[in-house]
Write a protein of this length. Sequence first.
Length: 317
Amino acid sequence: MELAKARLATDAGIVAFGSIGRLLLQSVLFIVVARMLGTADYGAFISITALVAIISTFAGLSCEIVLVKEVSRDPTLLSAYFGNGLLMLALTAPILVCASVAVVPLISGARVPWGVIVVIAVSDLFFLRVNLLCAACYQALERIRNSAIINVGFSLFRLSAALLAALTIPKLDVTSWAVFYAGGAVVAAAVSCIWVIHDLGPPKFRLVTSNLHFGLHSSLQSMLYFGLRDIDKPFLSRLASLPIAGLYAAAFRLADAAIVPIRALMYAAYARFFRHGQHGVRRSSAFALRILPFGIAYGIFAGGGMGGLSYFVPMPL
C-alpha cells in the first residue's frame, strides 16, 4: 500500500512538473499571441477555439479514454486500441469540422472567413486529439514521464509556431495565426506518432466496436464539462464585444492555471481508477476517498491564493 502511494505521489509530481512546464509555455504563447493579435482578434480566436473545444469532446468518441481503460488492464491490447483510436479520429473529424463551420457563426460573435474556422477545427479536432491519443498510450502503461513529455512538446511546438509567426508576419491577424496554429499541431502530432510507433510498436488499424457505448458516455460527460467551462466566451463575444471577450479570456487563462496540481493528481491516478473499477464501484470509490483530502486541501489553498494575487497577475498583460 505504501509503495503504491509513493508511486502515485511520484507520478503526480512528474505530471505536475510537466504541467507547470506546459503552463509556462502556454502562458508565454498566450502573451505573445494576445499582444500580436490585439484584444478584438484575440477575442475572435478564443471564441472559435472555445466552441471547437466543446465539439472536440466527440472526436474519436473519447478513444484516448477507451485506450487507457482497456490497456491499463491488459497492455497487450495497446496496438489494437491505438489503431482503433486513429481510425475513430479520422472518421469523426470531418463530421465535427462541418459542425464547427455551422455552429461557430450562429453562437460566436467572431466574423471570420469559414476557412479560418476549418483550419482551427482540423487542428483541434484531429491533430490535437492524435497527440492526446499518443500521450494516452504511455498514460495507460503508467509511463507518466513520457506522457508528460508529449503534452509539453505539443505546447512547445505551438509556441514555436507563434514565435515564427511573430518573426515572419509584420502585422498578424487571426487568419494568418490560424495557419501557424494548425501547423504547430500538425508537426507535434507527427512527432508524437513517430515516437509511439518507434517505442511501442505500430498500430493495428481495426475498428473496435465493443466500447462505443462507453466512449459515447465519456464524450457526453466531457462535453458537459467543457460546455460549462467554455460556453461563456463565445456568448460574451456575441452579446458584448470581441475586445471584452479577449480580456475575459485572458483572466480565465490565468485563473485556470491554478488547478494544474489537481489535474496532475487526476491524470496520474487515471489508469489506477480503471484497474480498481475491475473489482466494482466500491473499490474505485475507496480509492477516490483516499486521494480526496489532497484535492480539498489544495482547493482551499488555491482559492485563497487567487484572491490574494488577483491585483498583480494582470500586470504582464
